[in-house]
Design a protein around this ligand. Structure first.
Ligand code: EPS
Length: 393
């Protein structure tokens, strides 16, 4: 299963084609729109999100609410496009263009963004050509894709949730949701402005975000993704490129501004002896094989163990700053303050929604690649069989 996205931040639309979905999978635009709305929210979002009301149009591959087995094309229109039709249009610029419109050319790359290296790589002297595609706006359509993947996982009894665990050093007490299911956690974070699980920490996060905004600065954080209901054995220990933890790490790091990833106790494993890291294996009639702990985050040997997948991603502060850092103008080579684009003081809550969706996609894709079913009932039967095999082993 695969997908490709296309679209610039201020272009007409974001587009994706998903290929490889089984037929007979229920898909609803309302559910996708709900996830898109969540991505637009969270405390700390900037003015662009007031312009956009991201909604999906399903252009192919779905009929009467169910997939056909053919490619699914999705489109999200950029409402801001109407302000950029000349600057971002595919046609050559008219000779009589008002020079004020050309002010949107960029020659001062932002430190930490793709601007400079992207310009060097593709030969763009107007760095807007880089910014437009490297913008996190592209994550809109990746959430739409992940929402379709979540519909598939839901049919297979697999649930996924993601929440913020830390913003600018303020840590949420995640033990507050210990033992709660993914669906129970979702009802908590849906009420929270920072999409976190600890109201006291959330109030402090809101203060930190407001302070960063006032200072013209930006702040980062950490998000955690939990996936439940997986059978043991998704992924592979045989093939390096089918190891599920490797794929999930890549997916997490593919999110704009993400710089690190860990599973289970993560980097803490480097500090503990093996006897305090590895999860003891248990067996009982009702559940089959389980683990006493889940320090490895539900993955052993590149495969799911049947325990929940628990992973975290680290987001650096957004590099677009109202209080810009020093940079070099690529035309004059003089030191200047980097260009100021509209920005979010903190997009960690929104990024937690993106993380949930890119991980949902990667798991759904690993399942489809492993079983290769043309239609949903076949796939469901294979997943049930896998649960049975693990229990009876
Ligand atoms: C974003 C859209 C962008 C930014 C932000 C996230 O829109 P605009 O550039 O028109 O303000 O608000 O992206 C960045 C700051 C970035 O550096 O990528 C979105 O849809 O999430």
């Amino acid at each position: 299963m695969r997908y490709l996205t296309a679209g610039e931040s201020h272009g007409p639309q974001l587009t994706t084609i998903i290929e490889g979905l089984p037929s007979l999978l229920p898909i609803s635009a309302e559910k996708i729109n709900y996830d898109l709305k969540r991505r637009q929210g969270g405390h700390g979002r900037g003015r662009r999100m007031q312009i956009e009301t991201d909604t999906v149009e399903i252009m192919s591959g779905v009929r009467h609410g169910k997939t056909l087995g053919s490619p699914v094309a999705l489109v999200v229109t950029n409402d801001d496009w109407k302000h950029w039709t000349k600057i971002m249009g595919a046609a050559e610029l008219p000779e009589d263009i008002d020079p004020s419109e050309m002010k949107r050319q960029i020659s001062r790359p932002r430190p930490g963004h793709a601007d400079l290296v992207g310009g060097i790589k593709y030969g763009h002297r107007d760095l807007r050509n880089v910014l437009e595609r490297s913008s996190a706006r592209e994550t809109t359509v990746r959430v739409a894709v992940g929402s379709v993947a979540k519909a598939l996982l839901n049919e297979l009894g697999i649930s996924i949730v993601s929440y913020v665990t830390e913003i600018a050093g303020i840590k949420a007490d995640v033990s507050k949701v210990a033992g709660k299911s993914a669906d129970e956690i979702r009802t908590i974070i849906e009420e929270d402005p920072c999409y976190t699980v600890d109201p006291e920490a959330s109030a402090k996060m809101v203060e930190a975000i407001d302070a960063a905004k006032k200072a013209g600065d930006s702040i980062g954080g950490i998000v955690e993704v939990v996936v439940e209901g997986l059978p043991a054995g998704i992924g592979s220990y045989v093939h390096y490129d089918r190891k599920l933890d490797g794929k999930l790490a890549q997916a997490m790091l593919s999110i704009n501004a993400f710089k690190g990833v860990e599973f289970g106790i993560g980097f803490e494993a480097a500090r503990r002896p093996g006897s305090q890291v590895h999860d003891e294996i248990l067996w009982d009639e009702e559940n089959g094989y389980t683990r006493r702990t889940n320090n490895l985050g539900g993955l052993e040997g590149g495969m799911t163990t049947g325990m929940p997948i628990v992973m975290r991603g680290v987001m650096k502060p957004i590099p677009t700053l109202y209080k810009p850092l020093n940079s070099v103008d690529i035309e004059t080579k003089e030191t200047f303050k980097a260009s100021v684009e509209r920005s979010d003081s903190c997009a960690v809550p929104a990024a937690s929604v993106v993380a949930e969706h890119v991980i949902a996609w990667e798991i759904a894709a690993a399942i489809i690649d492993q079983f290769h079913s043309d239609q949903l009932p076949q796939l469901k039967a294979q997943i049930e069989e896998m649960h049975k095999l693990a229990k009876e082993f």
